[in-house]
Design a protein around this ligand. Sequence first.
Ligand code: NAP
Length: 289
Amino acid sequence: MSALILDGKALAKSREQQLHAAVKKFQDEGGLQPVLATILVGDDPSSATYVQMKVNACARVGMGSRFISLPASTTTDELLEKIDQLNNDAEVCGILLQHPVPEQIDERACFDAIAIEKDVDGVTTQGFGLMAMGEPAFGSATPAGIMTLLKHYDIALSGKHAVVLGRSPILGKPMAAMLLNANATVTICHSRTENLAALVAQADIVVGAVGQPELIKAEWIKDGAVVVDAGYHAGGVGDIEKTGLQARVAALTPVPGGVGPMTINALISHTLESAQRLELSSAQHSVIE
Ligand code: NAP
């Protein structure tokens, strides 16, 4: 067996072409250019790179972006004020607050201050709740991108045992909820989980989201599994060790070029969708007024 490569880079590229056409159509029909506001607090180089990649992706599909850089000393109140301004800015249809923020900031309060209709990164408690209930909401961008990737490659999820390693609010938890909504049987593992290897060995689908290089060992993973690795670390390794996997699993995401491009693609897709919905609701208002 040679594993099917779940090529997020190629899929994101082709979806960007479709998005570019959709953005143009939206504007040709009188819509304003969709604008994503990105907020970076502090000067962490990795976070700055991630934000720049999102800004670049907006430009590639013809969307606008507004980059807001705040000093590392920013307080929760100052960040809340900025988010409030963006919530009330009619030109902005999506808000991304780059995670993590400096530790003096109440990140949860700031995420939850993002207006639900502009929560294109799927970070609010309300958005998570709606998504988990199967109601309309923008799902968290990384797991939403993973779901798009799995769907594109016709990976069967219904009835399969998915083991998600990691339970963060932006990745592990929403990933588990999305897989559950797709009728997978889901096990969530975290740092207190006992017998990690034995649980991973049961998985038809393994999602690695632990934030530690190659913590998940190749030998734990059964033959024929689908392997999704959200991690990316120095040296080009992910959260899952890949030694020998290509020859015996059914499918796997490359690192890099798997999950990362799909995260950005989910974010910009959500931003266009938000623009379309906001345009619709302002058109509805003008009919009513
Ligand atoms: P995070 O907030 O640090 O969460 C890590 C999770 O892993 C936690 O739930 C933690 O458990 C669990 N964990 C840590 N050590 C473990 C261990 N020894 N055994 C089992 N579970 C363990 O990280 P995150 O933000 O979710 O990110 C996870 C990974 O995805 C990272 O590699 C990150 O770089 C990557 N990521 C990629 C993208 C992308 O676009 N490609 C986006 C976001 C994140 P506890 O809850 O018990 O602490």
